[in-house]
Write a protein that binds this ligand. Sequence first.
Ligand code: IPE
Ligand code: IPE
Ligand code: MG
Ligand code: MG
Ligand code: MG
Length: 318
Amino acid sequence: MAMMDLKVYLKDRKRLVDQALETALPPPERPPERLHEAMRYAMFAGGKRLRPVLAIAGAEAVGGTARDALPVALAVECIHTYSLVHDDLPMMDDDDMRRGVPSCHKAFDDAVAILVGDSLMTLAFELLADAALARRVGGLGLSAIIREVSVAAGTTGMTGGQAVDLASQGKDVDAETLLYLHRCKTGALLSASVVAGAMAAGASPESLLALREFGDKLGLAFQIVDDILDVMGNVEILGKPAGSDRRNGKATYPKVFGLSESRRQASRLIEEANAALALFGDSARVLRGVADYVLTERINRANSLPRVFEAERIRKTA
Ligand code: IPE
Ligand code: IPE
Ligand code: MG
Ligand code: MG
Ligand code: MG
């Protein structure tokens, strides 16, 4: 898919998702006003809406429509946004900016930010309990979707990865632990977005298997790129200042493998992700385009920033 077409597609799907989120989130004038206002603040601060786009593109790859995937798309964005609000808290990564504005706990306070996370997480499952979706996929289909999303968000997925991420701070982790924590904290939800989106469109078991492989590879590559950008990027690319990982002594790909090898691994994963889509033909062109976009777009922008000698960057990361 040509980059221009992809950009138009992404903009269009993002608009659809944002409109639906606008009605899905409680109105700010309804009590408790401050909590509702903070939920909206975190949600509408920006964000690429990559996970909802993947849910929609997953549905489209198996012959479904954006409408089919919408409850899944909204649910995964609620879970993702909650994870960011908690991730930024002082007792976690202690980041003061997110999506280009003060983090939720900075604009409000820590207790409100904790409740925003709790509320977005529960809202995600309220949105999955969608009557039209249940009618379309049946009781078993819906329970499979709910299971897919909740497993990815829980201790074998996102929260588990976050726990290992925190426990690894300041330590020398081996490559296996690093792989495990990246797959859990970020890969799991990204992968579940594609898979559950396709489930909502009645995908076959073979399609789901291929999409899961695609999502797993893409999800891991995505966190590797996130780590690379925390070294190479800037506030305009990241929506927050670079260098958070180094400050926190995080276990990252650049720290363990260096920048060049991290980049090589990310591009190999994207190639493998795309190879997993072989059985889909043209219906998966958006998924292929998104995979390339994830890898290249922000890295290219970071590459065009004033260059620091690479060895210096790696030394600073270590
Ligand atoms: C950032 O995710 C956190 C990770 C899980 C790597 P995104 O880069 O998708 O953040 P937004 O949603 O665009 O703000
Ligand atoms: C995020 O990892 C994983 C989450 C589940 C939130 P990071 O801590 O690297 O994400 P950023 O860099 O703060 O967005
Ligand atoms: Mg973190
Ligand atoms: Mg963080
Ligand atoms: Mg990061």
